[in-house]
Design a protein around this ligand. Sequence first.
Ligand code: ADP
Length: 244
Amino acid sequence: MTTEVEFINVSKTYLNRQEVVHVLKGVSGEVEKGSIVTIIGPSGSGKSTILSLCNLLLTPDEGEVRIQGKDVRNWDIQKLRRRVGIAFQGAPMLTGTVLDNLSLPLRLQGRTLENPKKYMEFVGLTEDHLSRQAKELSGGQRQRLSLARTLVNDPAILLLDEVTSALDSLSAHEVEELILRINREQNTTILWVTHDQSQAERVGDQTWLVIDGRVVEAAPTKQFFVKPKEEQTKQFLELRRGYK
Ligand code: ADP
């Protein structure tokens, strides 16, 4: 087993109207190559911040984040961002065609996208979509395009932030299946933030619960949901189940 992503006692603060807010308070954890870690927790607990530290959208104040064994601060940022792709809720698109959006990551590097059709087909879109305006696609199509746009860099690691939460249940299911296929076929390591507990349970190999900037429990997914160890985890799972 190779460790692909490692958090070592990571802390992060934000300055919010002169006030220091401790968003992450000593987060540690490891993600094995080719595995899927699902990250759950209340809104505002620090989940997105954990993702942002993996591709230098943010830097830790204390501690270290290692990608493939190397401190993120020692990576060339462009190289890091090719290795570590990110996709967000709502799949924000730039004005322009689907092709413009798909080829953007390579254009930014002064490269051209050789085979757009391949990526379109992989995510279940067609060549005909390439000339359409990206903003006119449906939510599900935009999320597929967003994943395809990440894949053109051939990332080893994918950071997913609520990528299915804005979609209707059919599209959400299809996008979830697509992500699982990426994981299977390309052995992509995935950190997947989701508020959907059943999704976290379905897709995860490991699950982390983040509450108030701390990883309260990290365990193999099945064990996490069936036999959580921590009292806080039991309460969190109960509370969410009660909403259903
Ligand atoms: P989650 O993904 O679990 O909802 P986030 O990581 O987005 O949580 O945010 C954790 C906390 O950090 C929240 O209280 C949020 O308001 C705060 N926060 C996030 N980004 C910033 C920022 N750029 N400036 C100040 N506070 C921020």
